[in-house]
Write a protein that binds this ligand. Structure first.
Ligand SMILES: Nc1nc2c(ncn2[C@@H]2O[C@H](COP(=O)(O)OP(=O)(O)OP(=O)(O)O)[C@@H](O)[C@H]2O)c(=O)[nH]1
Ligand SMILES: [Mg+2]
Length: 482
């Protein structure tokens, strides 16, 4: 790569730079936003949203690896082309000469701005909305870019579903560009982003090593994100499945109210741990500003303890009673009760959250407190941990659904766009984990056994081989979603 085509900020390998150029409002900023994984880029419905060049670099481990420069759309392409055709100087100075000759002329303000990175040696990515026919003005813009003699590829970003003009565009592009790709900036997945980078390799042979390096870095980074997500998932499962809360019962009259408020605290705390984990995952995939909107029919709109969540994720009616307990419905059978000298009857009378491990812990010194005529002492009511294998699978399923939405949410998408993931959502008929192999389920079972039984309530000494295996299957499950 020649020196001019790259930035080099004191790092060993040159950083490839591409200017994203096109007619106003065709989706240039959207393409930059998605390619650079930057949701801060200004994307808007009115032409003229971008007024100055904005370089957006992808940084991995603190190192810049590629820069995309967002540019304003052409303002006066006809006269620009006419000037370029009249130009008599050396070819390699054409772009800079144009800028020098027009930098104080407001009628060419946008051309001067958008050609700046090109004059400095950037490669060109020309963006068009391929869902409309080619006009004469497009041909003029393509000719301007051809005259700059910079390596260039074209990107067809269809803003609507009309595809009848695509062949026309492809033919025109074959004449003017070294490579062409259909790339929908609002729907592109990670794989499609990598494919686009692969196409950049053929734009200029000299760029191949640098672009290959960029692709390698992207892949390593993606792998790292999946690894981190897997370990955050394991941490979330440990926290949720081992959480419990305890309250001293001071007043028998308030017993029901205390119990109800404990249930609320317990449920909210578990929901909060889940939400925090999801939010960390969203940030890890560089969605800083916009929430990745979930499809309207996504099960993640349901609360963790809603009956619908559990039903959807494939639980049997018996297993559903546990969710029902949390949703304020019927009480199920109590399991996992830790009683300190009290009869099982009392626990049965507690009702409420089935399987959550309600326990009355006998306090020091018996007081006069009675519950349904039975003395309780200054006892503590403990709720949790909710040790249920089914519950663990629900959490895993919800995390995988969330991860799938995040990784498929192109960074150019803003709130309120048409829903592009309906199809993907329809495919998730029940929990993803229900299709896991027996081997994977064994790993889950071993993990569960180690964090849930009474011997190891806080999960702090989870054997490392079990943790590694659990993280391994989760990471593979995450990778399957790419
Ligand atoms: N549905 C859909 N809308 C798109 C797509 N790409 C761009 N848009 C919309 O088209 C409008 C223009 O998008 P921008 O990315 O801002 O276009 P631009 O070329 O940078 O526009 P200027 O900076 O004004 O020249 C915005 O309202 C985008 O939401 C797409 O792939 N799908
Ligand atoms: Mg723009």
């Amino acid at each position: 790569m020649d020196n001019k085509t790259s930035e080099n900020s004191g790092q060993e390998s040159p950083v490839p730079v591409f200017a994203i150029i096109g007619h106003p409002n065709e989706g240039k900023s959207s393409v930059v936003s998605t390619l650079a994984e930057n949701d801060r880029v200004r994307v808007g419905p009115m032409p003229g949203e971008t007024l100055v060049c904005e370089p957006l670099s992808v940084t991995i481990d603190g190192k810049k690896i590629i820069t995309f420069v967002d540019t304003p759309g052409f303002q006066n392409p006809r006269e620009t082309l006419a000037w370029m055709r009249r130009y008599q100087g050396p070819d390699e100075l054409l772009t800079q000469s144009f800028i020098d000759a027009h930098k104080d002329n407001p009628r060419f303000r946008d051309e001067c701005e958008l050609l700046k990175p090109v004059a400095r040696g950037a490669g060109i990515i020309y963006v068009v909305d391929g869902s409309r026919p080619i006009r004469n003005i497009d041909k003029i813009e393509m000719e301007i870019l051809r005259l700059t003699a910079r390596p260039r590829m074209s990107v067809i970003n269809c803003k609507s579903h009309h595809t009848q003009w695509l062949d026309q565009w492809k033919t025109a592009f074959r004449r003017n560009f070294n490579a062409t790709r259909i790339f929908n900036a609002h729907k592109a997945t990670w794989i499609e982003r990598i494919d686009l980078l692969e196409s950049l390799k053929v734009v200029d042979q000299e760029w191949q090593p640098a672009i290959s390096h960029v692709i390698d870095e992207f892949k390593k980074e993606w792998n790292h994100r999946n690894e981190l997500t897997a370990s955050m998932t394991v941490e979330m499962l440990q926290k949720i499945l081992t959480f419990s809360t305890t309250t001293v019962i001071k007043n028998e009259a308030k017993f029901d109210a205390v119990k109800k408020s404990m249930e609320d605290v317990f449920r909210k705390e578990l929901e909060q741990i889940e939400k925090e984990t999801h939010s960390k995952i969203r940030l890890l995939y560089r969605h800083n500003i916009f929430n990745c909107e979930l499809p309207p029919n996504s099960i993640l709109h349901e609360e963790l303890f809603s009956r619908k969540t559990w039903q959807f994720l494939g639980l049997s009616p018996g297993e559903l009673s546990m969710a029902a307990g949390f949703a304020g419905g019927a009480a199920g059978a109590l399991v996992d009760v830790v009683a300190a000298g009290l009869t099982f009857g009392i626990f049965a009378a507690l009702g409420g959250v089935a399987g959550a491990g309600y326990a009355l812990l006998k306090g020091r010194g018996m007081a006069d407190l009675k519950f349904k005529g039975i003395p309780l002492g200054r006892d503590q009511l403990k709720i949790g941990p909710l040790c249920s294998l089914q519950f663990m699978y629900i959490l895993l399923d919800r995390l995988l659904i969330f991860h799938g939405s995040v990784i498929n949410w192109a960074h150019a998408r803003r709130d309120g766009f048409e829903n592009v993931h309906d199809e993907a959502a329809k495919k998730v008929k029940q929990g993803i984990t229900s299709g896991w192999s027996d081997d994977w389920k064994k790993v889950c079972g071993a993990f569960f056994q180690n964090i849930c039984p009474k011997k190891n309530r806080n999960g702090s000494d989870l054997p490392s081989d079990i943790r590694i295996k659990m993280e391994g299957i989760i990471k593979t499950a995450l990778e399957k979603q790419d």
